[in-house]
Write a protein that binds this ligand. Sequence first.
Ligand code: NDP
Length: 314
Amino acid sequence: RKGTAVVTGASSGLGLATAKALADTGKWHVIMACRNFLKAEKAAKSVGMSKEDYTVMHLDLASLESVKQFVDNYRRTERPLDVLVCNAAVYQPTAKEPSFTAEGFELSVGTNHLGHFLLSRLLLDDLKKSDYPSKRMIIVGSITGNTNTLAGNVPPKANLGDLRGLASGLNGQNSSMIDGGEYDGAKAYKDSKVCNMLTMQELHRRYHEETGVTFASLYPGCIATTGLFREHIPLFRLLFPPFQKYITKGYVSEEEAGKRLAQVVSDPSLGKSGVYWSWNNNSSSFENQLSKEASDAEKAKKLWEVSEKLVGLA
Ligand code: NDP
């Protein structure tokens, strides 16, 4: 049978390119889990995906109720779940004030981390039930959260501190930042990506042996053309793609990045669990090292416990 992969945020950028790459293999049915139904339908059509290769389902990661609703709706379809790709993200680098999810968490961490944390925890049961030979759960990471790289050292740097802001609810009353500091939209995004990478490793430690599911993260390269930068100042949006193309040489097209993520979904040679994948300049994949903070097992455990409380799992 065809595999079924759920891809969050498949209505644009990397998620859409991944959905397209998977559909093109003829081996996958893609569930496009998106907050904007019409946009997702149009996006699928615009890249030439055919009807039988995808289903759009509503998911707004900025609402835990919506996450639960998505899981219920998914179960009602009685489709098996073979791969989950946590890809959606918001980035608000120029925001002066924080905005908040339905439950009142700062939006970047609330969406990118907490929404996906609940989704992955709930859908793990469904993955367990699937009889697919290589079941995988993938959380898209980023170089920007990785302070052992050049890009990760551009200020403001990611830093979760002792998680005091997260533990106090991340609701803007005490703080809207994980480390308890002043709001900074760019840092909130990077922090959320560190959470994504820590969560993947904690999932691996807790569940890989018992379930056989492969847990992986990746940095697909700098896809300077996606909607992620839509809230950035116009000059940045103009200069960022050529800068990445010619100066840092980290630039990767949406199509190429989608193929990379699709490899992590289904390539037999990328089936190892607990790995953070990256690609070198000639597009071959390798197991990359994470920064000290993004591979701190103590912090991963603490993040897990605090996140469980916030999303109502503990
Ligand atoms: P895009 O902005 O193009 O795509 C983000 C997707 O997330 C969109 O489909 C968007 O939906 C969706 N989304 C945002 N908020 C929500 C929500 N509340 N509920 C459901 N879906 C939501 O950005 P990219 O494709 O660049 O980003 C995809 C992933 O790649 C992210 O995890 C990002 O961190 C990562 N990444 C990107 C890099 C880059 O250079 N671009 C580099 C490294 C990692 P909608 O279409 O409705 O807005």
